[in-house]
Design a protein around this ligand. Structure first.
Ligand code: ADP
Length: 327
């Protein structure tokens, strides 16, 4: 089994954490820790750690930060052969601010990011399609769609139709970020189009509420099953995960996590645990258990991408356990 994840990875600047909170760099300025993150990138990393072959698909520049992204992907055993480098360009950047009440705010500089050119150039697109056709599953998100041009989105949509007709599976998380879209209507139109070519929808109820105004989960289930989604998973933080698989509805409890340190990447890592298990033959219910375990490891540490040693020691110590539940 091999999966390709499509999207954007950014340079991340986050206040350096200490036991007492952010460390000061003097004059009230926090010291900043520099890393890399992006929703589909986070998921790609944890799927690879779950033992499934992964290819990450994006565009980068030829700067040292792009170079470091490639080094990190390779360090996770992720195939970078479909990543295109654009001369003179560099990745987008975002900063995290922590407020006194523990909330987090994100500020982005990503308007000129090379990833915005995904699926735009005709020659590069044909090469990428050939690469994607070799995959058993493709994973993308509402953020992937939001950063693309509308023409490129239409090309990707048509390709996914062909890809599924040839037996490929598409997994999608709506990950609605209002500021990336021209209007809520534009986001709804794009998400609805892609939901119609989605086999596995891994949604967060909060995002669905923000996008569609759902007042209860039933509306979310109805809309997505009507769109033809056969496998629908709805994440709700610490609340049980909802599953609508074909005509069967069920709920899977989320085990309590004793120290939730940072929920950054919770949904992304859940998706990774789910997909890694699912692609290795687990049932949807078993895959939700695996998704919860993967997310539990990540929210017990700071940052979207936790160090490999911490990730694997969490299971060795009898913590959240193996990410992959075989079925
Ligand atoms: P997102 O990160 O997209 O907002 P959620 O907050 O719904 O996603 O969380 C995704 C998954 O992370 C949940 O299904 C669960 O497995 C785990 N999770 C999130 N918050 C908690 C929590 N407080 N306790 C235990 N698990 C959690």
């Amino acid at each position: 089994m091999k999966l390709a994840a499509l999207g954007e990875v950014m340079v991340e600047l986050a206040p350096q954490a200490s036991e007492k909170g952010a460390q000061s760099g003097g004059a009230g300025r926090p010291l900043l820790a520099q890393s890399y993150a992006g929703d589909t990138y986070n998921t790609a990393v944890y799927i690879a750690r779950g033992g499934v072959d992964v290819s990450y698909v994006t565009l980068l520049g030829d700067d040292p930060y792009s170079e470091e992204v490639l080094t990190r992907l390779a360090g996770e055993g992720i195939d970078t052969s479909a990543i295109v480098r654009l001369p003179g360009r560099c990745p987008g950047l975002y900063m995290i601010q922590n407020t006194a009440d523990g909330e987090r705010y994100f500020t982005y500089w990503r308007g000129e990011a090379p990833a915005r050119e995904l699926f735009t150039d005709v020659d590069r697109r044909e090469q990428l399609k050939a690469h994607l056709r070799q995959m058993d599953c493709l994973y993308l998100s509402g953020i992937t769609l939001a950063i693309m041009t509308s023409e490129a989105r239409a090309e990707l949509l048509a390709f996914l139709g062909e890809y599924r007709a040839n037996g490929g599976r598409v997994a999608f998380d709506s990950n609605y970020r209002p500021r990336l879209w021209r209007s809520v209507e534009a986001a709804r139109t794009a998400v609805a189009e892609f939901m119609a070519v989605t086999d596995m929808a891994l949604l967060t109820f909060e995002d669905e509420q923000a996008l569609w105004g759902d007042t209860d989960t039933e509306q979310c289930v109805q809309r997505n099953t009507a769109a033809g989604v056969a496998e629908l998973v709805i994440k709700r933080g610490a609340e049980p995960v909802l599953l609508q698989y074909r005509s069967e509805r069920s709920e899977v409890e989320v085990p309590a996590v004793s120290s939730v340190l940072d929920t950054t990447g919770a949904g992304d890592s859940f998706n990774a645990g789910y997909l890694a298990a699912r692609l290795q033959g687990a049932s949807p219910e078993q895959s939700i258990v695996a998704g919860n375990r993967c997310a539990a490891r990540v929210i017990g540490h700071r940052g979207a991408i936790i160090p490999r040693a911490d990730y694997f020691s969490a299971s060795a110590a009898g913590g959240p356990g193996e990410a992959v539940a075989q079925g």
